[in-house]
Design a protein around this ligand. Structure first.
Ligand code: UDP
Length: 319
């Protein structure tokens, strides 16, 4: 089949391209390389079945042409990373809202199936874990830029579901929890690539806040398997699925684990949220997915433990 991957030069997009190519599909990746990078896909450029278009998803004639020629769209292009979002809120909202609008309108014009990447950020600072797809959401004030990301991705979800219900567009929404693996950059704030780099450089490992906040990290390979299986399952249409690991770790323990794994001389350095992000920054204490829904549908669950994930990332970073 002919697959279109928006955000195809990003960390997750590049792994999705590889998986789809290995499965024998033709893949066109579109990316404006704002947070993505050509180095993520340079090894694919010689593949006859791979085609790369450097452009923004907001360029409607280009998207019209690409969508008209594909069978399935994987819409991953979005503003990513908490630091990036706080630095560039206009870009975040416009890319996430207008960009997704262009994708959905065009998919509707040609009646193409769309998989929409959403995020666990949409759950906001709710404290009742694990998060189920139909849970209420609790977002902070509009004066705190962080929440613009959650609100903009929630609009994407509303719009996609509206196209499904009102205009019969075949859509599936997946909410990604913390996804990690080789090729992820720490430039936009993501914690594991930052800690691994700091530890390998024997520099202080920057734990924000008390470090008692926790996350569950899922290997990108497991995540891609879930996304592609959802695309192949007709019962997934019109539904929202969490994709993530349920193995929880505090950020302070993560720092220690990475220091140990790398035999690093680094010390842990605590930095206040205000200093790390912006005054009044709000973090979520815990973020744990319920993966019952996707597990019941396709039997999916993560296969990599956190230790295996970190070992993979450390060996990639070393090389
Ligand atoms: N974090 C940290 N040090 C860093 C980067 C992030 O302590 O150098 C913390 C961050 O405040 C959050 C957690 O690690 O509590 C996960 O951050 P990330 O940006 O990777 O993902 P998200 O906040 O979206 O879960």
């Amino acid at each position: 089949m002919k697959m279109l991957v928006t955000g195809g030069a990003g960390f997750i997009g590049s792994h999705l391209n590889e998986y789809l190519l290995e499965a024998g599909h033709h893949v066109t990746a579109v990316d404006n390389v704002s947070t993505g990078h050509l180095s993520n896909i340079k090894h694919l450029l010689d593949n006859d079945k791979f085609h790369f278009v450097q452009d923004t998803i907001m360029n409607q004639p280009v998207i019209d042409d690409l969508v008209s020629r594909c069978d399935i769209i994987f819409h991953l292009a979005a503003a990513v990373g908490v630091e990036f979002i706080i630095r560039s809120p206009v870009n975040t909202i416009e890319t996430n809202v207008f960009g997704t609008e262009v994708i959905l309108q065009t998919a509707h014009r040609y009646h193409k199936k769309v998989l929409i990447a959403s995020t666990s950020e949409v759950y906001g600072k709710g404290v009742k874990v694990p998060f189920h797809e139909n849970d209420d959401r609790l977002l902070g004030a509009t004066t705190k830029s962080r929440w613009s990301y959650a609100a903009s991705k929630a609009i994407d979800e509303f719009l996609a579901l509206a196209y499904y219900r009102e205009r019969n567009l075949p859509v599936v929404i997946f909410r990604l929890f913390n996804t990690v693996g080789p090729r992820q950059t720490g430039r936009y704030g993501m914690v594991i690539p930052r800690f691994v780099k700091q530890a390998l450089d024997n520099q202080p490992v920057s734990v924000y806040g008390t470090g008692k906040q926790s996350r569950c990290f899922c290997d990108v390979t497991d995540v891609i398997r879930a996304i592609v299986a959802l695309a192949e399952t007709p019962e997934a249409l019109g539904e929202v699925y969490n994709i993530g690991s349920t193995e929880e770790i505090t950020i302070a323990d993560l720092a220690t684990k990475i220091i140990d794994l790398t035999n690093s001389q680094s010390a842990v350095q605590h930095i206040s949220y205000d200093k790390a992000y912006e005054p009044g920054f709000e973090d979520m204490r815990r973020r744990v997915p319920s993966i019952d829904k996707i597990n019941h549908l396709i039997g999916w669950q993560p296969t990599y433990s956190l230790t295996e994930i970190l070992e993979r990332i450390v060996s990639w970073s070393r090389s």
